[in-house]
Design a protein around this ligand. Structure first.
Ligand code: ADP
Ligand code: ZN
Length: 730
């Protein structure tokens, strides 16, 4: 009998008989099975001799979809581990681990249909065609834009759902053709020859010596200030492992934000990396996945979900920017790719290297416990000096549109000295609030407990939580008086900077300004070449980029986290400031960092400035030990959301009762309480926090709880989730 994982929100495996007249499929193979009245694709995750179902209820699978297992024992182990650790249905974990094409039951080497234009197409009068047949014109234009390689049929279906009708006419006119072919194999020879790098300095040499001690499991945390040469150290270690004929998996926060890293790996190793990220077509993603699985790709670079990529000969896993929150998936299967990387490396008995300038307290504590090896690179490589911090008291020198006199003076000075300036504000839009000057009414989202953000360009009010948009009215909806934007976002800051520095080239970088595909890369190129003299932006600017000319960083509103109740606020604030500060003065002169705050005497500042991230982290760890927050205890958060507040709470009341009956006082159960944003996108949200100093206790409780919740009648009225090791407590 087969144990089959099927993508449904139930924590169980399903029993099926193998299809008639075929060999029993090995675990890791896909099968098509009847499920209710439909057919589903599942993955065999084991064989069994017994079932809880009576024999006449066990159905036969219809078909085996793979000649050999898609997933090896190691990959199945990771899937099972993920399902157990995050208390998430195994079928959904399998679905997260497989590329879409394989989930749909198609072949590992599917035939790909592509459409291209013929030589005739170039001469077509598109405007005339658009008047007669707009669909055809649209399709033809898209294909012409794509050039010689054409466009995959699947992609066309996504952007022009009914494209086949238009294609038929274009085909009859001889303007387009279609091909079917197996997707080309991954080609590693595309990469240029490996380029030499700098000689390692003594600290880097010591780091690489430590990493080279063993090829078996070990977790290494490289804590190195920005520009300390961490990447050089990874590169040396990667080269060793690749020379042994093994594969390296590199996880990065967001590939779109780190094109420089990918280029550098390719050039320096002389290897074409297989890339796995959200910007790929399904076929491209599958091609990279296949190359990793077959071993054809020796270097695999990807974002969060790449942690599930099968590897034929795994040798090393690297997690760059370990502290970055994008490694944690915040919906559905709420996993941490960093934590899974460590678990996977341990299971495979290979090393895992975590690098960052601002390690999370969890990783630091593992180092203190002696479980992980701490490697420090406290100095910048190549002799660059660290930036100098300066506090600007906005109570004494108030900021107008976000800019105080001292900050403006510093910007002027740095620009005059031919430096580049980065102004950082982690809030996009024009202003975070629209307020009425008559009655004080504040514009709020109708579906969320949240204020609407003013977006000036399109004259809109937008909710950054549910995406609702409405036109910006100049009169108050309550009393009809004039409204005005309050506070500032990056757009307003950009406007203000343009007024102060009309002759300077200013570029804004946030998720609004970089929506167009490739926009981020263009902006970064401009910034690197020094073409943009002033950069204004959100934390998108703080991730991994090298700006050689950057000499001043201005942090506009640093106070958001000072009085937060989140136990992680000091850690996060220090991470975000140190990361953005790290962009300054990377190569030649030492840079300057100006921090505007209304609370210059807050102890956070003196700790950060005198002791750096290290000191903030040490103090925060001491505090967490006393207050019993992670990493000294373990957390899980159960969330629920429903159209009626009472349902959201009733569901969690049930969870609470069940937990109390089970574990008594071995575990703290806090709540249910309303979520910090109690209503979002029209649903009321509540949460229950579970805390225990013993990981086992917590997991045993969740394991027993999950089936109770799945079967509870009230569960049908709520959306709920279990979040193990949550990073956001709301
Ligand atoms: P990190 O990853 O810690 O930010 P990088 O490895 O990117 O640091 O190095 C920062 C810069 O310093 C890069 O331009 C790199 O080429 C240079 N660099 C790194 N190591 C050395 C070295 N030993 N000697 C000279 N330059 C170096
Ligand atoms: Zn909203």
């Amino acid at each position: 009998m087969l144990k089959v994982a099927i993508s449904v929100p139930l924590s169980r495996e399903f029993d099926y008989l193998p299809p008639a007249d075929t060999p029993v499929p090995d675990p890791g193979s896909r099968v098509r099975v009847p499920f209710g009245s439909r057919r589903r694709v599942g993955v065999v995750i084991g064989h069994a001799t017994e079932s809880s179902l009576p024999p006449d209820k066990i159905r036969r699978s219809l078909e085996v979809l793979d000649d050999e297992p898609l997933l090896s024992g190691n990959e199945l182990w990771l899937i099972r581990f993920t399902s157990d650790y995050y208390h998430h249905p195994i079928g959904e974990v399998v679905a997260a681990a497989l590329p879409a094409i394989l989930r749909q039951g198609k072949a590992l080497h599917p035939v790909v249909e592509t459409v291209t234009t013929t030589a005739l197409a170039g001469a077509t009068d598109i405007e005339a065609l658009a008047r007669r047949a707009p669909k055809q014109a649209e399709l033809l234009e898209m294909l012409l834009d794509a050039g010689g390689d054409g466009v995959e049929a699947d992609e066309l279906t996504e952007s022009l759902p009914n494209w086949r009708r238009a294609a038929k006419s274009l085909f009859e006119k001889g303007l387009i053709t279609r091909h079917e072919a197996r997707a080309p194999a991954f080609d590693e020879t595309l990469a240029p020859d490996a380029e030499p790098g700098p000689d390692l300095n003594d600290e880097q040499q010591a780091a690489i010596d430590t990493l080279r001690v063993s090829d078996s499991f070990g977790a290494f945390l490289i804590e190195g200030v920005t520009g300390s040469g961490k990447t050089e150290v990874y590169l040396h270690r990667m080269r060793d492992v690749i020379a042994q004929g093994k594969q390296v998996l590199v996880l990065v926060p967001e590939i779109g934000l780190t094109p420089q890293l990918v280029t550098r790996l390719r050039r320096r190793l002389g290897i074409e990396p297989a890339l796995l990220h959200s910007g790929l077509t399904d076929n491209q993603r599958l091609a990279a996945w296949r190359a990793a699985r077959s071993g054809a790709a020796r270097l695999v670079v990807g974002t969060r979900s790449a942690i599930f990529t099968p590897l034929k000969r795994p040798g090393l896993i690297i997690v760059d920017e370990e502290h970055d929150h994008s490694f944690k998936q915040q919906e559905g299967l709420r996993y941490s790719a960093r934590d899974l990387a460590i678990a996977r490396a341990k299971h495979l008995d290979i090393p895992v290297v975590l690098g960052t300038a601002t390690p999370t307290l969890e990783m630091l504590q593992h180092c203190r416990d002696g479980r992980y090896t701490h490697i420090e690179l406290p100095n910048r490589a190549g002799g660059a000096r660290p930036p100098v911090f300066r506090i600007v008291d906005t109570a004494r020198t108030p900021a107008t549109d976000g800019l105080s006199e001292p900050l403006l003076a510093a910007i002027r000075e740095h620009l005059d000295a031919d430096g580049q300036v980065l102004v950082f504000l982690n809030r996009r839009g024009f202003a975070p609030t629209l307020i009425c000057s008559g009655c004080g009414h504040v514009a709020e989202c109708r579906r969320c407990d949240a204020r609407l953000t003013v977006h000036a360009g399109k004259r809109e009010l937008r909710c950054h939580h549910c995406g609702a948009v409405r036109p910006l009215d100049s009169r108050c909806e309550e009393c009809g008086e004039a409204v005005r934007p309050l506070g500032e976002g990056t757009q307003r800051l950009e406007d203000a900077l343009r007024q102060h520095f009309p002759e300077r080239r200013i570029t804004r970088v946030d998720s609004d300004s970089t929506q167009r595909k490739g926009a981020m890369i263009d902006v970064l190129d401009q910034a690197r070449e020094g073409e943009a003299e002033i950069l204004v932006g959100t934390q998108m600017l703080s991730k991994g980029h090298h700006f050689p000319k950057l000499s001043l960083v201005g942090i506009v509103n640093a106070d958001q986290g000072l009085f937060s109740t989140d136990f992680r606020s000091a850690e996060r604030m220090a991470q975000s400031i140190v990361q953005v500060a790290g962009r300054a003065g990377r190569v030649s002169a030492s840079g300057e960092v100006l921090i505007q705050t209304g609370f210059p005497d807050h102890p956070f500042w003196s700790t950060l400035i005198a002791g750096g991230y290290n000191q903030v982290a040490a103090e925060a760890l001491a505090e967490r030990e006393v207050t019993r927050w992670p990493p000294f205890t373990r957390l899980a958060l159960i969330r629920s959301a429903a159209h009626r507040q009472a349902d959201a709470h009733a569901f969690l009341d049930l969870a609470r009762q069940s937990l109390e009956a089970q574990c008594g006082d071995m575990m703290r159960v806090l709540g249910p309480v309303d979520a910090p944003m109690a209503r979002r996108a029209g649903r009321y949200r509540a949460q229950l926090l579970l805390q225990s100093s013993d990981r086992r206790t917590l997991h045993d409780a969740l394991r027993a709880l999950r089936p109770v919740l799945e079967e509870a009648p009230v569960a049908r009225k709520v959306r709920w989730s279990i979040d193990v090791d949550p990073v956001e407590l709301f």
